[in-house]
Structures are given as structure tokens and as C-alpha cells.
Design a binder for this molecule. Sequence first.
Ligand SMILES: Nc1ncnc2c1ncn2[C@@H]1O[C@H](COP(=O)(O)OP(=O)(O)OP(=O)(O)O)[C@@H](O)[C@H]1O
Length: 211
Amino acid sequence: MLTASHLGFRYAGIPVLHDVNLRAEPAAMLAVTGPNGSGKSTLLHLLAGVAQPAEGTVTRDPGIRVALLPQRTADIDALPLTVTECVRIGRFTPWRLPSRRDRAVVTALMERLDIAHLARRRLRELSGGQRQRTLIAQTFAQDAGVYILDEPTAALDTGSRHRVHELLTERVRDGAAIIMASHDDEESALADHTVRLAAPESSSVDPRGQA
Ligand SMILES: Nc1ncnc2c1ncn2[C@@H]1O[C@H](COP(=O)(O)OP(=O)(O)OP(=O)(O)O)[C@@H](O)[C@H]1O
């Protein structure tokens, strides 16, 4: 579904990723792990196509839809969106009004992620975990073939975490590919495969880690 070959990336000449190779298969989950600063978010941006690699290639199957849940989404807080409007963006098609199915998908996800009671609240009025659940709902509203998730449950309590994990497992069962950055060993254990990124060069943490 999505393949990365010999990926390399630098910020202002400083190398972050070197020779990273991975493949996202249908009906499988891939965990991306590694210490802070090892380049997990950078790698996910390259895979989603929001940044271009300095070396190597990312290839996606023709027609495949890729949904990205970034770690930092400060821009969206500036918009005066309600929770429902934010989730509905996941179904957004500019040339038509939301269909009955769009509304049903949005409602079901809001109930699943326990944000239905917040429907009319603005994003900036939410707690960190409520906001994260809203953005997860927006991502899963997209009916994508590949979901790229950057530490999706980092801000969530145990109950919410389990809800998200159930959703991930279901999407995989339905044939999606999931690529997920995570610091949590229990969460990474849900994955079928793991890519571990090496510690940044200035750090002495786990120098064996190699993608
Ligand atoms: N926009 C940027 N400009 C310059 N350097 C950056 C930029 N974004 C990230 N970096 C640097 O690139 C390296 C990798 O960052 P990245 O956010 O990809 O790591 P990460 O593994 O996702 O970290 P964390 O676990 O803390 O989320 C870090 O050293 C970081 O300081």
C-alpha cells in the first residue's frame, strides 16, 4: 500500500533520518518507535507526503487515500470550529453537502470516542484529551486505506486509550494499513511489525536502534 525506500532527511543540513526502509501492508499495523528526537514525526510527515525526503522515495499504491493525524495541530485551534464541524471535516467534499452516510459516520465516531456530549463546544474550549479524541474522530472519518497516526493516545486516559485501540484493531481487520508512532510498549505490542529509529547522534540512548 505504501513503501518507503532508503529515506533520508535533514533539517538545515542536520541529518535526522538515514536509510529508513518500511512497507505498510493492508490489514496490518506498523509501529514506529524510538527515543525523543529520533525522527518519528519527521518520518510520518514524509510518509504522508507533507514533507519531501532528501534521499529515497515514498511510493503509494495508485488511488490509495492516506489520512494523517499529526502530533502538533495548533493551527486548527485558531479556527472557530465546533467538535462536530471538526469531525465532519474528515468527510469533507467541497462540491456537495454532507450525505446521510457522512452524518452517520460522524455521529457514530463521536459516540465511539465519547465526544457526542461536546458536539457544540469549540475546539479551544476542550481539555487536551477531549481535543485529541476529536482529532482522532476526524482522522477515522476519512475512510482511508492508510492511517498515519503520530502518538494518537499520548494525551488519553486508560478508558479512552482502549476505545482508540479497539478502533485501530477494527480498521486493521477491515483491511486498512496503520502506521503509528508510539512511546508506549503496550501500544506498540498491538502492531504486527515495528520500525525502531536510532537515538539522535548527540544522545547515548540505545545506539543499537536502527530502522
Ligand atoms: N522544523 C524543524 N526544524 C529543525 N529541526 C527540527 C524541526 N522539527 C524537528 N526537528 C529536529 O529533528 C529531530 C527529530 O524530530 P522529530 O519531531 O521527528 O522526532 P520524534 O522522534 O518525533 O520526537 P518525539 O518523540 O519527541 O516526538 C529532533 O532533533 C528535532 O529537534
